[in-house]
Design a protein around this ligand. Structure first.
Ligand code: FFO
Ligand code: ATP
Length: 171
C-alpha cells in the first residue's frame, strides 16, 4: 500500500460517530481564524465535516466546482443554495455566482494525509495544487490526527499549508 492508500484505510476505519465528534473539535479549533470570505468544501465519506460553516452568519462561504481539465473554481453559497452531486459524488452548487480567487480571504483545504511540516496529500488529481499555486490568502488544511505521517514525499508542484488543524493539535 502506498501512503495515500494507508491514509484512506486509516480514515475509513473511523466510525461516522467519531468523524462527527472529531469534526466538531476541528471546527472549534478553526473558529479563531475564520473571517470574511471563506473557501470551504462539501465533505463526503470520512472527510472532516465542516459543512456547518454554511450556517455561520458572520462569514461568507464559497465552495469548489471541478471542470473536466483538473481545474476548479469557487462559487458563493449559503444555506439556501441548491446542490447536485458531481461525478465524484461531491455536492456542487447549481446557479451559484463565481468568485475571484483574490477575493477569498482563506481556503479550508481537505487532506488525505499530512505531516507536521505542513505538507499535504490530496486525492492525487492536483485540483488544489493547481488552484492554490497563485493564491495569496491563508491556506488552512484540516484532517484527523490519524492521517498524519512522520514525513510525506514532497514534489515541486506541492503547495504547503500555512496552518494545519486536527482534533488534537495545530501545526
Ligand atoms: N469534499 C471535497 N471536495 C473536493 C475535493 C476534496 O478532496 N474533497 N477535491 C480535491 O481535490 C476536489 C475534487 N477532487 C477529487 C478527486 C478525486 C477523487 C477520488 O478519486 N476519490 C476516490 C476515493 C475517495 C475516498 O476513498 O475517500 C473515489 O471517489 O473513488 C475525489 C475528489 C474538489 N472538491
Ligand atoms: N500546478 C500544477 N500544474 C500542472 N500539473 C500539476 C500541478 N499541480 C499538480 N499537478 C499534477 O497533478 C497530479 C496530481 O498531483 P498530486 O498527487 O500532488 O495531487 P494531490 O495534491 O494529492 O491532489 P488534490 O490537490 O487534487 O487534492 C500530478 O500528476 C501533478 O503532476
Amino acid at each position: 500500500m502506498d501512503k495515500r492508500e494507508i491514509a484512506y484505510t486509516k480514515r475509513n476505519a473511523l466510525s461516522m460517530k467519531e468523524v462527527q465528534i472529531k469534526s466538531e473539535t476541528i471546527l472549534k479549533n478553526l473558529e479563531p481564524y475564520l473571517k470574511g470570505i471563506v473557501g470551504i468544501y462539501m465533505a463526503y465519506g470520512h472527510e472532516v465535516d465542516i459543512t456547518k460553516l454554511l450556517k455561520q452568519a458572520d462569514i461568507t462561504c464559497c465552495v469548489p466546482v471541478c471542470d473536466g481539465d483538473y481545474q476548479m473554481s469557487f462559487y458563493l453559497v449559503d444555506e439556501n443554495t441548491v446542490f447536485k452531486k458531481s461525478h465524484y459524488g461531491i455536492l456542487e452548487p447549481v446557479n451559484a455566482k463565481i468568485i475571484d480567487k483574490n477575493e477569498i480571504d482563506m481556503i479550508i483545504v481537505p487532506m488525505v494525509a499530512f505531516d507536521a511540516q505542513r505538507h499535504r496529500m490530496g486525492h492525487g488529481k492536483g485540483y488544489y495544487d493547481r488552484y492554490l499555486k497563485d493564491y495569496q490568502g491563508m491556506k488552512i488544511g484540516v484532517a484527523f490526527e490519524c492521517q498524519k505521517f512522520p514525513q510525506l514525499d514532497v514534489y515541486p508542484h506541492d503547495i504547503p499549508m500555512d496552518l494545519i488543524i486536527s482534533e488534537d493539535a495545530k501545526y
